[in-house]
Design a protein around this ligand. Structure first.
Ligand code: SF4
Length: 208
């Protein structure tokens, strides 16, 4: 009986050690994945509001953010970062939602400028939104009107740090898990057509 108990104990310990080993290697893989994600950011080439003017110097030779592993791409399906670079009219918001939903996970959003935080100087406008985070997941706000390129770079550095250290609660997870909340906000503002209906643009055209 005693022998059987010792054998059971030993087996249990070896199983625990094995599980611990798997956990450690998973942690190592996760750490590597986080590091790679932080150092290869593909930003969808899209701009709205005044911030669209501040972005080109960040991506070109003046500030050259490619040094930090940040590059632009033409399509949302290959991108993992979207910069919403200023005020969003209702018409623009539909495009922002469409673009955000087309991006695959993991994906992150940087909201640039006061207009995305509280409406900024358009706080009482009838056709611009006040808080971007009510409509899509937002991971980083960069305050200012308009933030300089250095501030946007600082935003990228902070985002990279939090991805690398796994201290971020990604907006896309919240968007996925709490979709009813976002959908209700979107519909309250935009009605049932929360995304542009491109099919209507082509109605009656022979595209074959
Ligand atoms: S925060 Fe200022 S600079 Fe940025 S979009 Fe709004 S008004 Fe323009």
């Amino acid at each position: 009986m005693q022998k059987g108990f010792v054998a059971y104990n030993n087996e249990q310990k070896s199983l625990e050690a094995e599980t611990e080993g798997i956990k450690n290697s998973q942690t190592l893989i996760q750490k590597a994945m986080n590091w790679f994600s932080a150092r290869s950011m593909f930003v969808v080439a899209y701009g709205t509001g005044c911030g669209a003017i501040e972005m080109p110097p960040v991506f070109t030779s003046r500030y050259d953010i490619e040094r930090l592993g940040v590059v632009g791409v033409a399509t949302p399906r290959q991108a993992d970062i979207m910069i919403v670079s200023g005020y969003c009219s209702l018409k623009t918001l539909r495009r922002v939602i469409r673009t955000y939903e087309q991006m695959s996970e993991p994906k992150y959003v940087i909201a640039l400028g006061s207009c995305t935080i509280n409406g900024g100087m358009y706080w009482d406008s009838y056709n611009t939104i006040k808080k971007l985070e009510e409509y899509i997941g937002v991971d980083m706000y960069v305050a200012g009107c308009m933030p300089r390129p250095e501030a946007l770079i600082e935003g990228f550095v902070k985002l990279q740090e939090s991805i690398r250290n796994n201290t971020i609660q990604p907006g896309y997870v919240k968007y996925r898990e709490d979709y009813a909340y976002y959908q209700a906000n979107q519909e309250k503002l935009l009605g049932k057509e929360t995304q542009p209906v491109y099919e209507e643009d082509y109605a009656g055209m022979n595209l074959s």
